[in-house]
Design a protein around this ligand. Structure first.
Ligand SMILES: *[C@@H]1O[C@H](CO)[C@@H](O)[C@H](O)[C@H]1NC(C)=O
Length: 407
């Protein structure tokens, strides 16, 4: 059996030649099906590829530069600092950053630190009863200095290991709540964004040409009423992202200001406009509140009255605003147009393939149609006939009944 099948296959493979024959099926069902499939493909090519995805355009991604300027003044009145004014130079740290700006919202300040010996901040590893609990020269990763091996009184009730450090050490266990600079909610920032699409040599900025100086002095971004004003209230940025500024100001965090430029350069210049959106970038999970927010330390150094080097240490909590610019521009180009037309035409061929599969595999009358479509043509050549005869003989000898399906 196997030898017979193999023999026939080999024979067909070498000596049969198949060539397409056009069969015109006069059936309304098949005709309508073919047209429907063609229509579907045409709708996909025109509707999706050309109209929706703009297949006739060449695309380029945006190149951009961002500068920002924060404005606002706050007054605080605390026992440690008295009445104090905070302006931009105080709360924006550092004064300028690339594609970002940081605004301080909360603060733990330790004034008049000098280098010397003082008790460490009491915690599990620094609380002691006697000098035996302290190791000279030991530096813990959470410590502010080097242990001297003495056990000294931190306050009336608690004793802790003495350290050589900037003294007195910072006590950051109690964070001001509500935030120290909660007024930052009403600060504003002007964001200047210049963009460029290199492939089309198209440049624009987010201060649109119709904006006047007087408008810029008074306007404030509002998604509904003022979507193109480049001045943002910090509180609105946070609330647009669905967060509460009052909460975020306590521990700090990271906000993203997204500027999206999606431009169709086949349309008017004025149609290419920025779209702003906001989101919180540092993840905040309510049920897993480990190491939340954003903070860092910075210090100001000076010489005190006795000419000793001193510093004011600040543990600064605040919100860093990252400005993310992205977008694409498209413009008509002959090459993508031709490529898409070509592939669209090629795709029309799929209709024939699909119809063939359906008609010859799934139709009830598939055998009838197959018979009409595939015509087996015998050759009259003597050599091939005798070769075929040889093959038949061999299979008959091996004990199999010959029932060729070929006529
Ligand atoms: C922000 O400004 C509004 C209106 O001027 C005022 O009602 C509000 O108290 C201010 N917010 C803070 C935190 O100072």
């Amino acid at each position: 059996m196997a030898s017979r099948g193999f023999c026939r296959e080999l024979y067909s493979c070498i000596f049969d030649y198949s060539t397409p024959r056009i069969a015109l099926i006069k059936s309304r069902k098949v005709g309508v099906m073919n047209r429907l499939i063609q229509l579907g493909i045409l709708a996909y090519v025109i509707g999706w590829v050309f109209v929706w995805e703009k297949g006739y355009q060449e695309f380029d991604t945006v190149v951009s530069s961002v500068t920002s300027k924060v404005k606002g003044v706050a007054v605080t009145n605390t026992s440690a600092l008295g009445t104090r004014i905070w302006d931009v130079a105080d709360y924006v740290i550092p004064p300028q950053e690339e594609n970002a700006f940081f605004v301080m919202t909360n603060l733990i300040i330790t004034q008049n630190q000098t280098q010397g010996h003082c008790p460490d901040l009491p915690d599990q590893s620094t609380i002691c009863n006697s000098s035996h609990d302290c190791i000279p020269g030991f530096i813990s990763t959470h410590s502010f200095g080097v242990q001297t091996g003495q056990c000294v009184a931190y306050n009336e009730t608690v004793k802790s290991c003495e350290v050589y450090a900037w003294c007195p050490v910072e006590n950051d266990t109690e964070l001001p709540e509500p935030a120290f600079l909660k007024e930052a909610e009403n600060f504003t920032v002007l964001i200047k964004n210049n963009i460029w699409f290199p492939k089309f040599n198209f440049s624009k900025r987010n201060i649109l040409p119709n904006v006047t100086t007087s408008y810029l002095k008074t306007c404030l971004y509002d998604r509904m009423h003022n979507p193109f004003c480049p001045i943002f209230r910090l509180g609105s940025i946070v609330s647009e992202a669905g967060e509460s500024f009052r909460d975020m100001a306590i521990q700090g965090g990271v906000m993203g200001i997204q500027i999206r430029w999606d431009c169709d350069l086949d349309k008017k210049f004025s149609k290419c406009v920025p779209r702003y959106s906001f989101r919180r970038l540092d993840s905040r999970e309510l049920d897993h509140n480990v190491s939340p927010g954003y903070n860092f330390r910075s210090a100001k150094y000076y010489k005190n009255i006795n000419d000793v080097e001193s510093r004011t240490l600040m543990k600064v909590y605040g919100i860093r605003f990252d400005i993310l610019v992205f977008g694409t521009a498209g413009k008509f180009d002959i090459i993508p147009t031709m490529i898409n037309i070509g592939s669209g035409l090629a795709l029309l061929g799929v209709a024939t393939v699909l119809c063939d599969v359906i008609v010859f595999q799934f139709f009830k009358k598939r055998y009838y149609y197959r018979e009409k479509k595939f015509k087996h043509v015998e050759d009259y050549d003597e050599l091939t006939i005798s070769l075929k005869g040889l093959c038949k003989q061999r299979t008959t000898i091996s004990g199999n009944e010959e029932h060729g399906s070929n006529p």
